[in-house]
Design a protein around this ligand. Structure first.
Ligand code: GDP
Length: 191
């Protein structure tokens, strides 16, 4: 049984999706940093929200560090998966627009697109047989060309996730819109 003061939530997602900005939102005002530095490796943050203390690990989407953050899968009770809903270039091979060219971006020499990355997480041996809830943030929803939750879910095949509770929430990490609602769902799933 998970003690509610001992929740570990992993915050995953490609670089630039908004992970650091989201974590910053949950920190106390005096702990927030105005300037975000790109996440390298991983960053452990502890914050208190919705009546629970959450230990969040912000793992860089960089494939290079995968073996570091994979170790955390065993111990986590929930996952926040941050998606840049305006980053159509990296959405994945099952592309959003029917006439879109297949685009794969390269990070550190390896192809990293959202769907590939997510599938690797979902298929990981330490996660595939567990009912770990996954909260998706369709972040940057304020941007004009951002995709709706329905389109994101279709592009990433979220309906195929049958063994884990999941939820997608639009968010604007800069204004904070949608962030609390999302975490509320996640905390309810874990409790
Ligand atoms: P990380 O690499 O996933 O940690 O991404 P960051 O948190 O560093 O964010 C990357 C960039 O996107 C920064 O310039 C943020 O200010 C910006 N950003 C993050 N969330 C949002 C959002 O909801 N809307 C907009 N417009 N920009 C965002």
């Amino acid at each position: 049984k998970v003690k509610k003061d001992k929740m570990t939530i992993l915050v995953l997602g490609l670089n630039n999706s908004g992970k650091s900005t989201i974590l910053n939102h949950f920190k106390k005002p005096n702990e927030q940093s105005a300037i975000m530095v790109p996440t390298v490796g991983f960053l452990v943050e502890q914050f208190y929200t919705m009546g629970v203390s959450i230990k969040a690990m912000d793992m860089s989407g960089a494939t290079r560090y995968r073996n570091l953050w994979e170790h955390q899968f065993k111990n986590c009770q929930g996952i926040i998966y941050v998606i840049d809903s305006s980053d159509r270039m990296r959405f994945g091979k099952k592309s959003i627009e029917c006439n879109c060219v297949v685009v794969t971006s390269f990070t550190l020499g390896l192809p990293v697109v959202v769907k590939d990355e997510l599938d690797l997480v979902l298929q990981h041996p330490d996660l595939c047989n567990r009912t770990v809830p996954i909260l998706f943030y369709g972040n940057k929803s304020d941007l004009e060309d951002s995709l709706s939750n329905v389109k994101i879910a279709a592009a990433l095949g979220l309906d195929n996730i049958k063994d884990k509770p999941w939820h997608i929430c639009s968010s604007n990490a800069i204004s904070g819109e949608g962030l609390d609602e999302g975490v509320q769902w996640l905390v309810q799933q874990i409790r």
